[in-house]
Design a protein around this ligand. Structure first.
Ligand code: A2P
Length: 276
């Protein structure tokens, strides 16, 4: 049975090894990037046999117990990438993230073998514009989708909104966008077709406010110089905190949007950003 080194030397005096559970991949951390004391991203090697659709999530754990704790993580890298990227919150006493936030290159991360999720382009019918509405780490599945050529085949324009408490928390999305046009595979494809709309709610910045409020009072449309949301021309994907999901769902349903799924594609899909 495969064994891995389970706990970092600075965490405990001696190294303990645990068996890797059945049907789980043990992957190596390639890089880690800390954005704030609440947010970090990391990349791990990708098992050759691991398949997923851009926008899906997978269960992640650490080899630090006989029965490791697993939590759902949206895959932030696109389906064509050789590595897997994740964007995570750090919860001080979160069963997984209190340990996960300490990972370093070379460490092992466990991955369950099946990816799933509702934020996939196949759950939506074709349209002109795709709006991706996110808060906090809810931007992760959209980081995958904006780097996937399939998204641009189905939609002419993508508008990604990202709302966080403060300016520093917006950095992941801003960097994602800065790197998009330089990407050798999809840079040209995305040119002039994708917009990032970042707002803060607890730090004063030029764009402040919850996205729900900015949509309702029209500021969002005015800022971008775009026509209001309509099921005739648009589709919507929503990912973030529970309250945000509920409010945005109600908002778009009020505009006549119908919820879609893989078995019955329609106008919008919703997924919570998982925390733990
Ligand atoms: P606010 O600061 O007004 O609560 P968190 O870091 O707690 O997950 O929140 C991420 C962002 O989501 C925050 O900017 C937060 O705004 C915003 N948010 C929380 N609840 C809602 C909601 N019901 N509708 C829209 N945005 C929300």
């Amino acid at each position: 049975m495969q064994q891995v080194s389970a706990v970092r030397k600075d965490d405990v005096a001696e190294r303990v090894t645990y068996p890797i559970p059945a049907n789980v991949y043990a992957e190596t951390v390639v890089s880690v990037r800390h954005y704030t004391d609440r947010l970090f991203s990391f990349r791990v090697t990708r098992p050759q046999a691991f398949r997923f659709r851009s926008g899906e999530f997978v269960m992640i754990g650490l080899p630090n117990a006989e029965k490791p704790v697993f939590r759902a993580y949206s895959i932030a890298s696109p389906a064509w990438d050789d590595e897997l990227e994740f964007f995570s919150i750090k919860v001080p006493d979160g069963p997984l993230t209190q340990h996960l936030q300490k990972i370093q290159p070379g460490d092992t991360v466990l991955l369950r073998q099946k990816a799933t999720g509702t934020l996939v382009v196949d759950a939506l019918t074709p349209a002109k514009r795709l709006f991706m509405i996110s808060t906090g780490t809810g931007i992760a599945p959209f980081a995958s989708l904006v780097r996937d050529p399939d998204t641009y085949e189905k939609f002419d324009e993508i508008i990604l909104t990202h709302t966080c408490r403060d300016h520093a928390e917006l950095a992941y999305g801003v960097e994602l966008f800065e790197q998009l046009s330089a990407d050798p595979l999809i840079g040209e494809l995305t040119e002039g077709r994708v917009t990032l709309y970042s707002t803060t709610t607890r730090e004063i910045t030029p764009r402040m406010g919850r996205i729900t409020r900015l949509i309702e009072n029209g500021r969002f449309y005015a800022d971008l110089g775009i026509a209001p949301l309509s099921p005739e021309t648009d589709r919507v994907m929503i990912c973030g905190s529970m309250h945000m999901l509920k409010d945005v769902k109600e908002l778009v349903e009020g505009l006549g949007f119908k919820e879609g799924s893989l078995s019955a594609p329609a106008d919008f899909v919703v997924e919570r950003a998982f925390v733990g």
